[in-house]
Design a protein around this ligand. Structure first.
Ligand code: FE2
Ligand code: FE2
Length: 148
């Protein structure tokens, strides 16, 4: 497998940055809607993880000579974007919607870690994927707990 061209690296990382921005917006909407304070606090830490992803990926795009994306995309790649989340009632429904979003972020990072990125970027993507998997696992477990 040959190394990736800068142009390709920049395009793929910017796509992830946009997804992370959309995820941050969805988390923000979810945090505003949730009733349970502990759930709110947990989602705040996940939102912070996504902000850290944006920071790290933004730096990588710059170092690759590109212009980093600075907002979410308009293609609505997330299953449940911020507008949908803002309309939901009930903590259970909100967590389920966020879980569907995390399926998207997990798939997106999973696809990226298999690409031939330079080592430093690969590490950032692997760390990001570990966060996304943790987010999804927590949502899975918590939804289970709430509905049993
Ligand atoms: Fe992320
Ligand atoms: Fe996540």
């Amino acid at each position: 497998m040959t190394d990736m061209q800068s142009e390709d690296i920049i395009k793929k990382l910017n796509n992830l940055i946009e997804i992370d921005y959309d995820a941050i917006a969805a988390y923000k909407a979810a945090i505003e809607r949730l009733e349970d304070k502990q759930l709110k606090q947990q989602l705040v830490t996940f939102m912070e993880d996504h902000k850290n992803h944006v920071t790290a990926l933004t730096e990588s795009v710059r170092l690759s000579g590109g212009n980093p994306a600075d907002s979410g995309d308009m293609k609505k790649i997330l299953t449940k974007g911020k507008v949908v989340i803002a309309e939901l009632g009930g903590d259970d429904a909100i967590l389920k919607a966020m879980k569907m979003n995390e399926e998207v972020t997990n798939k997106s990072y999973e696809a990226m870690v298999d690409e031939p990125f330079p080592g430093t970027i690969k590490l950032i993507l692997q760390n990001g994927l570990a966060d996304e998997r943790r987010h999804r696992a927590w949502l899975d477990a918590t939804i289970e707990q709430i509905s049993s």
